[in-house]
Write a protein that binds this ligand. Structure first.
Ligand code: ADP
Ligand code: IOM
Length: 346
């Protein structure tokens, strides 16, 4: 990788948090630094430099990156989550504390609900700095932990290596598997040695899934058709607690769970619905205003950086750090109710 000699110039079109916070002074302070894993500023910012349409643009190679590159990461974390250096993250993954009746019991608007959390093993670097051998170790440890799951959570692991192309594409199309060749992950070094060490675990019903070695080492996912947000949350809460007895995840009192992208720190939770809003989506300014009011993010139907199809959107909580798991989902629930109520008024 080329060494950075000068402060990068961002094109006018770039709106990433990297472009906003990589000032001359920050660049001068950080350009010679690296963590004990050899992860340096060039690697941390390469995704944002190569992809001016990034929303964040930086990645951590390990937990230490959040200290070593704090002059850049802290303001990015504050901008994204509204969370400052002296704040402390709190967790509450208790389903009984969630007040979330199905906002669409007649299935008129919500197609499906999905909640995922990201996790990384505390003993190893994060994906952008992991070696091929370490990635295989992650895969092995996680497979062993998953093999102990019982009842409705029990399932099978499908490695990407050797998977038939058409099978893989169908899993991606059906929203169960991550896509190949993502350019944001590519520039962050997250696609090295593809497809080795990557794979998908799921139970028979495909309501509990684990992605191994994508943007984070684990993405644990609970999903099902319809709008029963509480059922999806409860299943995830049980599964995560089970896996936490077998695996040691990287976290800190200040930042909660440590993830490769700062947008996922804290709960590392993205709770989303796929929702049809044919009338409201014709009035994007109003749609966006409601989403902003409830701190929700609007994504396309095939996930981050995808376009929507028809009038179906992916709506999810934006903040993940400085809020508990229950609060993430409560925010989604309140926002989805507001969107449905507005849609009904047209
Ligand atoms: P992540 O949520 O893991 O950060 P993406 O935004 O790329 O990553 O989404 C991953 C996949 O999950 C995509 O195929 C996306 O369409 C799918 N997905 C997200 N939310 C839902 C949902 N509520 N129902 C069904 N699939 C979903
Ligand atoms: N989480 C990550 N995929 N994303 C926020 C990248 C970006 O747009 O900067």
């Amino acid at each position: 990788m080329n060494k950075l000699n000068e402060l990068p110039i961002f094109t006018d079109g770039s709106d990433s948090l990297l472009s906003k916070h990589l000032t001359k002074a920050v660049f001068a302070e950080l350009r010679g630094k690296q963590t004990r894993n050899g992860f340096d500023l060039q690697q941390a910012i390469n995704s944002g430099l190569k992809n001016p349409d990034s929303s964040i643009g930086v990645y951590a190679g390990d937990k230490a990156s959040y200290n070593t590159f704090a002059a850049l990461f802290d303001p990015i974390i504050e901008s994204y989550h509204g969370f400052i250096k002296t704040d402390k993250h709190q967790s509450n993954f208790e389903p009984n504390d969630l007040d979330a009746l199905n906002p669409d019991p007649d299935n008129n608007y919500i197609i499906s609900t999905r909640i995922r959390v990201a996790r990384n093993l505390s003993a190893l670097p994060l994906g952008p700095a992991i070696s091929a051998r370490q990635r295989k170790i992650v895969e092995r440890l996680v497979i062993v932990a998953l093999s102990k799951l019982q009842g409705k959570l029990a399932g099978t692991y499908y490695p990407l290596q050797g998977m038939i192309g058409a099978v893989r594409l169908k899993l991606v199309e059906d929203h169960f598997l991550f896509k190949a060749g993502d350019r944001f992950l590519e520039a962050a070094g997250l696609n090295r040695d593809w497809p080795e060490g990557r794979g998908l675990f799921h139970n028979d019903e495909k309501t509990f899934l684990v992605w191994i070695n994508e943007e984070d080492q684990l993405r644990m996912i609970s999903m099902q058709m319809g709008g029963d947000i509480k059922a999806v949350f409860s299943r995830l809460s049980i599964a995560v607690a089970e896996l936490e007895t077998a695996l040691m995840f990287s976290k800190s009192d200040h930042l909660g769970y440590i993830t490769s992208c700062p947008s996922n720190l804290g709960t590392a939770m993205r709770a989303s619905v796929h929702i049809k809003l044919p009338r409201l989506s014709k009035n994007m300014p109003e749609f966006e205003k409601i989403a902003k009011q409830y701190q929700l993010q609007i994504r396309g139907i095939h996930g981050e950086h995808s376009e929507s199809q028809g009038s179906t959107y992916d709506i999810s909580n934006r903040r993940r750090l400085g809020v508990t798991e229950v609060e993430c989902v409560q925010a989604l629930h309140a926002g989805v109710l507001a969107l449905i109520n507005r849609e009904k008024l047209f």
